[in-house]
Design a protein around this ligand. Structure first.
Ligand code: 3HC
Ligand code: NAI
Length: 644
């Protein structure tokens, strides 16, 4: 099948786009569509044109791979204008997703019909750009200014029903899209045609609306450039003639396309898509994942069980006794109740999630499980005992995984009759929310077990990153260096609040000290104490001094900061100043605190890479973005510190 083919159903022509995998609008496809308009305009037998796509989706946008290259003709805005100006009406027939340039092509069509499962949207801001082919100009003319602002500044797609409700699509169809679109086209020809989008009026909602939106978008975007620039494009569209607004949008698009933020977001886009299927897995097939088990229903076990249920897997939850099991089940209930409260789940869905959980204290309940994930206390003896039970009760082909943060997975697997089916699967808290999954094979892990870890990540919608064995794997090892570097600044006399503010200014939601206060200083403290007890030389940290003084973070009313009862607002603490006074030797701080700390993260990342703990630099960036709140639009510590 060629990239653009034309066939006929009586007086209706059907243009089919076939450019796998997602029908991206590369130069050849733009040219093919351009030529199709000319061909069909010249054919007197054709009265309307249905534009439909082969494969998994409608046109998913411009070809992101072309963004580093000079624009080539025909340009997309010209193509959209050309389709709109065709002498016969075009009808976009949408399945999958019509995104970015794909939706802009659909906006050039006189009508849009969509399958009920489809979605439409303008996700350009997620790539650090604005729509570049009239998305900000035609959308307000089709769906109104407020809907356009929402669509372009968030980048979130709208499902078919909502898209119809706000006027983005004209009809929602079920069943055979091609037949439905042809029938729609025939019916449309019996009535006067609506105006093309570019000729429709648009109402400027006035200065108050724009001021409100600017405030809201800047608050949300925090350092990201594109959302505010997208808002400015919609404002221009509401206030200037079509052509002037189009020129403004195109200039903004071309400027941002060449920006650092766009380059960073493209890097992340491709890294995320490469992560789930790393080339070294080759053709190795994963084992089937139909039923899962989780050992331990605490913070992590409950979160992991919830993630498995969200993906539709039945889960057996094992706890050490009936009381602990009841707490684990209550933890799960609280997670799903939270989903209902936030409108993410209906009460029925939450009930169904719970119904798929079987609680047990007897490992015999795991006899059917394809995969079991252990999330019990971080103690080698406890974990080994659990795996001995698993070896006894699980099927011989079941994958057995540990969620350990710091223990050596090889030591946990010791004594397993078949270490080939053992693997580390390191989730991040809250495990049903955080996207990162570190996958830690041991030297004995079988290829199929490793492939199953990646398959699990895909099933759970997580970003998998393979990590080698070292203390803290990739993420916690970098975190340790980051915290140590932040403490070193403190020892030089830089204020705690100044360091946190610098990292917030860089784009983190929180600085290193306020983040520790939220999570608790005691976890890392106990880990250091454990290492000391085992005879390792772990120097005293400033955090140790605080924990020894009872300051474990927000949960004890204070850590690096003080907190007023019931408040989460950090207040600089005189107590902390007094506790640390003897530790401070003033020294000129680095000129740029954030650059210094990110440089430290990158240096640890480089060491991790050199040791083969991470397989590539992009994986390290993904770990920081999806596990540790590194600002996505900076591209991750390695990307951000690599000169280009
Ligand atoms: N350009 C180039 N390649 C793209 C692409 C694009 N716009 N969108 C997806 N791909 C590639 C992916 O890199 C991946 O390649 P690989 O198989 O070699 O790894 C392949 O297509 C499949 O992608 P997914 O794994 O993401 O497939 P899914 O089926 O899970 O999702 C999708 C499909 C929802 C369409 C998703 O790919 C997606 O969201 N794509 C991005 C859409 C987007 O951002 N469009 C806007 C582009 S900017 C633009 O249009 C500017 C315009 O205004 C001028
Ligand atoms: P937790 O203390 O909240 O939960 C542990 C649970 O395991 C408890 O409910 C306990 O009753 C249960 N348990 C203990 N021994 C058991 C046994 N023999 N059989 C069955 N259940 C048993 O601990 P948390 O935070 O959930 O941590 C669990 C594991 O996950 C640890 O290895 C930890 O290092 C790791 N981890 C923790 C993260 C976090 O942020 N809390 C992040 C990533 C990993």
């Amino acid at each position: 099948m060629t990239m653009v083919s034309i066939d006929r159903d009586g007086e209706i022509a059907v243009v089919t786009v076939n450019n796998p995998p997602v029908n991206a609008l590369g130069q050849a496809l733009r040219q093919g569509l351009w030529d199709a308009v000319a061909t069909l305009d010249a054919d007197p037998a054709v009265r309307a044109v249905v534009l439909i796509c082969a494969g998994r989706t409608f046109i998913a946008g411009a070809d992101v791979r072309e963004f580093g290259l000079p624009p080539s003709e025909p340009h997309l805005p010209d193509l959209v204008n050309r389709i709109e100006a065709a002498t016969k009406p075009w009808i976009a027939a949408i399945h999958g997703a019509a995104l970015g340039g794909g939706f802009e092509v659909a906006l050039g069509c006189r009508f849009r019909v969509a399958l009920d499962t489809a979605s439409v949207g303008l996700p350009e801001v997620t790539l650090g750009i604005v729509p570049g082919a009239s998305g900000t100009v035609r959308t307000p003319r089709v769906a109104g200014v407020a809907a356009a602002v929402d669509l372009v500044t968030t980048g979130k797609p709208a499902r078919a029903a909502k898209a119809q409700a706000i006027g983005l699509v004209d009809a929602v169809l079920t069943g055979d899209l091609r037949a439905g679109a042809i029938a729609f086209a025939r019916a449309a020809l019996t009535a006067p045609l609506p105006l093309p989008a570019s000729q429709r009026p648009v109402t400027d909602p006035g200065p108050d609306f724009w001021a409100e939106q600017q405030a809201a978008v800047s608050k949300r975007a925090r350092g990201e450039v594109a959302p505010l620039r997208a808002l400015a494009c919609v404002q221009k569209a509401a206030q200037a003639p079509f052509d002037a607004a189009l020129a403004f949008e195109r200039a903004t698009f071309l400027e941002l396309r060449a920006s650092d933020q766009a380059a960073a977001l493209r890097h992340v886009f491709f890294a995320e898509r490469a992560a789930p299927r790393p080339p070294h897995l080759g053709e190795t097939q994963p084992l089937p994942l139909r039923r899962a088990g989780v050992i331990g229903g605490g913070t992590m076990g409950a979160g992991i069980a919830a993630a498995l249920r969200d993906a539709g897997l039945p889960v057996v939850l094992i706890e050490r006794d009936a009381e602990a099991l009841a707490r684990g089940i209550a933890n799960l209930q609280a997670i799903f109740d939270g989903g209902v409260k936030r409108g993410k789940l209906t009460p029925d869905q939450a009930a169904a999630r719970m119904a798929g959980i079987t609680g047990a204290t007897d490992y015999a309940a795991l006899a059917d499980s394809d995969l079991v994930i252990e999330a019990v206390f971080e103690e080698i003896g406890v974990k080994r005992a659990v795996f001995a039970e698993l070896a006894r009760h699980c099927r011989a082909d079941a994958v057995l995984a540990t969620n350990t943060s710091y223990l050596d997975p090889r030591a946990i697997a010791e004594g397993l009759p078949d270490p080939g089916r053992f693997i580390g699967l390191h989730f991040f808290s809250p495990a049903n929310v955080m996207k990162l999954l570190e996958i830690v094979p041991t030297p004995d892990t079988a290829p199929a077990t490793l492939a199953t870890g990646f398959a699990l990540a895909r099933a759970l919608g997580k970003i998998p990153v393979q990590a080698g064995i070292c203390e803290g794997f990739i993420g916690n090892r970098i975190l340790k260096r980051y915290r140590a570097a932040a403490e070193a600044l403190l020892r030089q006399g830089v204020a705690i609040a100044e360091i946190d503010a610098a990292m917030r200014g860089y784009g983190f939601a929180m600085g290193p000290f306020e983040a520790q206060d939220l999570g608790g200083l005691d976890i890392a403290f106990l880990q250091r104490e454990g290492a000391r007890a085992a005879g390792q030389n772990v120097p005293e940290t400033l955090g140790d001094i605080l924990v020894r003084a009872g300051r474990k973070g927000q949960k004890t009313g204070g850590g690096w900061y003080d907190y007023a009862p019931g408040q989460r607002q950090p207040q600089p603490s005189d107590t902390v100043a007094a506790l640390l006074a003897g530790q401070i030797t003033p020294k000129a701080p680095p000129a740029d605190i954030a650059a210094h700390l990110v440089g430290e993260m990158a240096a640890e990342g480089a060491a991790i890479l050199a040791e083969g703990i991470a397989l590539n630099a992009a994986d390290i960036d993904l770990v920081e973005i999806h596990g540790y709140g590194f600002p996505r639009w900076r591209g991750g510590p390695i990307f951000a510190t690599t000169p280009r």
